[in-house]
Design a binder for this molecule. Structure first.
Ligand code: BG6
Length: 612
């Protein structure tokens, strides 16, 4: 996820662009840049690796660049490490076309192939430079018609994009195109503004045009025109935004955590699209081929917090599908327990930030022992990503809330993809199951949307349990692994004590804590174990527990036992954590809000613990 801005009007563009980018820094901040059409009608590009403040200093707050039409970008690297060459804006050879982009062009390799065959050369590793040169190619093909060039790009590119481009032959105008990534336009008498998100232009206008999918636009000084991909002009009405600036940064949501929960379907789809090509798993981004997978004898997983919980889910999934033994540890234990390594071991470290000290130490220890290492990371080029032999990136985008949601969900997708391909290579699943699993994984985003729509009911139950002192999450198999994440989410933002237990383990001690009205949340999706978990819920019910059930639509096994039941769409048993975690996230969120806690920055916690 990156941030793009643009302005054309009466005033100098650079200060406006920098101000807009500052409002979008939460969307990405590893590099930034602007392009302004100068007084000689030429494009000047200034860009740099590092935080936006560095660009601001380079431009003396914008005074160093004169011109009243420009575009800007703040980057969250997905293709190509953070660097000046990879920073946006990108341009064609003579800089007569410059562009900024937010999104992921999935077919960038075949577009690059096409351009190389046409004699184009590249200076960066980004999909955006390829997009810019595709636009250049179509601009030349369509007799220098920028709208037609953007329409052709829109129809040819696959993936998500919000792109803004300036063409030297079209002074003081900016051309835009959108598919899936957000893009808005505001028009005032001082000029016209474009941005990825409302915070960047709210100070100029509250009348916002939301660019629709497969729509292109032509922005002039105080004007905007929208067209469909047939080139027909579209009449659009602006929407009145009544958010304040702070709410706007959260996309209208009350907290980043709620916003990021609702981003999960989209970023899960982006991550799925990164690892599935034409119905097959493709791990080539991580330079992982079938030969590499074949050589794996045992997997060790080390991670912290929610990332560790992904590892626990992955253990069940990998062992179930691929029949390869998996050992999972919290990294702070793994690094000191002097683990035994086998020659065919693979250590997988999972980390959103890619900077967690314990996880990094576990990685380094494995490397010192000559063990193959693979990192599953969200932040491109982070230290763990750089030091692991191989890395698979989640496409969660920047995650602001300390309590992770979308990073957890996208890490699951990476681990499912890895497990399915490993199982296929090991011959433990057949073609039919391989295809069925991949097809079902592609349906998770829409099923996650359905579960997210349960939020009002869950909010009601959250208000009922907000003053409780103990909440237990119980389940069996992958349900138990999902309960671990549910319990951590719950306690870290509600400040109510919570524990996750293997449902079959309660009777060996913990059940002594169950008393009248103790809250027990029972997750029952593993059909083969459902009856057993049901009897565990009966055990706690007879001791006075108040039960919240989470189970599949149509499965009424625990309905009579539960005070409150959340039904989730059925899916492959190995994928249920992706759906079950959502009611847990929502419940935790609404209890935290009801208690007036700082949801996004809970006490004592940090988003990344890069020290021991
Ligand atoms: C904790 C975060 O500090 O670190 C958790 O609050 C996170 O959300 C854990 O799961 C591990 O962090 P990372 O970046 O290694 O996934």
């Amino acid at each position: 996820m990156c941030g793009i801005v643009g302005y054309t009007g009466k005033n100098m563009a650079a200060p406006i662009l920098l101000d807009g980018l500052a409002k979008l820094e939460y969307r990405g901040y590893d590099s930034a840049g602007v392009a302004v059409r100068n007084t000689k009608g030429k494009h000047e590009i200034v860009k740099t690796k590092g935080k936006l403040c560095k660009l601001n200093d380079m431009l003396d707050g914008g005074n160093a660049l004169s011109g009243t039409c420009g575009i800007g970008h703040t980057r969250w690297a997905t293709h190509g490490a953070p660097s000046e060459e990879n920073a946006h804006p990108h341009h064609n050879d003579d800089m007569s076309i410059v562009a900024v982009h937010n999104g992921i062009i999935e077919n960038y390799t075949d577009l690059k192939e096409k351009l190389l065959n046409k004699g184009y050369r590249f200076y960066s590793e980004t999909d955006t430079e390829i997009a810019t040169k595709i636009i250049d190619y179509y601009y030349r093909k369509w007799d220098k018609n920028p709208l037609q060039a953007l329409i052709s790009f829109t129809l040819r590119a696959r993936g998500s994009f919000a792109i803004a481009a300036m063409f030297e032959d079209y002074p003081e105008e900016i051309f835009i195109a959108r598919k899936d990534s957000p893009l808005i336009v505001g028009v005032t008498e001082d000029g016209s503004y474009l941005a990825s998100d409302v915070p960047a232009i709210l100070k100029y206008t509250r009348d916002i045009y939301y660019v629709d999918n497969l729509e292109v636009g032509r922005i002039g000084k105080g004007t905007v025109a929208f067209f469909d991909v047939d080139g027909k002009q579209r009449k659009k009405k602006p929407k009145k935004i009544d958010w304040d600036v702070e709410a706007a940064e959260k996309g209208g949501y009350a907290h980043f955590m709620l916003k990021e929960m609702h981003e999960q379907p989209a970023v899960v789809r982006d991550t799925y699209n990164a690892f599935v090509r034409n119905g097959k798993i493709d791990l080539s981004e991580g330079k992982i081929n079938d030969g590499y997978l074949k050589g794996i004898g045992r997997i060790q997983i080390a991670a912290c917090g929610s990332a560790y919980h992904v590892g626990v889910v992955a253990k069940y999934v990998i062992e179930e599908l691929a029949r390869v033994p998996v050992n999972v540890d919290v990294a702070s234990e793994f690094r000191y327990r002097n683990p035994v390594f086998g020659k065919d071991d693979l250590l997988i470290v999972i980390s959103q930030s890619g900077e967690t000290a314990d996880t990094l130490a576990a990685l380094r220890m494995a490397k010192e022992n000559g063990v193959k290492t693979l990192a599953v990371v969200n932040v491109l080029n982070s230290v763990i990503a750089r030091e692991a032999d191989k890395v698979l990136y989640t496409k969660a985008g920047p995650e602001i809330s300390v309590a992770t949601t979308k990073a957890y969900s996208t890490q699951l997708i990476v681990m499912y993809s890895f497990a399915i391909q490993l199982a296929m290579v090991k011959g433990s699943i057949n073609e039919e199951k391989y295809a069925r699993l991949i097809d079902e994984m592609s349906k998770l985003p829409e099923k996650m949307e359905k579960v997210l729509s349960e939020d009002e009911r869950i909010k009601w139950f959250a208000n009922r349990i907000m003053n409780k002192h103990d909440v237990f999450f119980i389940g069996r198999g992958i349900d138990y692994a999902a309960c671990m994440e549910g319990s951590l989410k719950f306690k870290e933002i509600s400040y109510i004590h919570s524990d996750a237990y293997a449902a079959g383990e309660l009777k060996h001690g913990t059940i002594s804590l169950i008393e009248q009205d103790t809250i027990v949340i029972g997750l029952v999706t593993q059909t083969a174990l459902a009856e057993k978990t049901k009897s565990n819920l009966e055990e706690v019910k007879t001791r006075g527990a108040c039960i919240m059930g989470v189970t599949y639509n149509g499965n009424y096994l625990i309905e009579d036992l539960s005070e409150f039941t959340v039904y989730i769409p059925s899916t492959e048993p190995c994928f249920t954590a992706s759906l079950a975690v959502i009611p847990f996230q929502l419940l935790s969120y609404y209890v935290s809000v009801a208690k007036g806690n700082d949801v996004d920055m809970p006490r004592n916690l940090a988003k990344c613990v890069s020290v021991e």
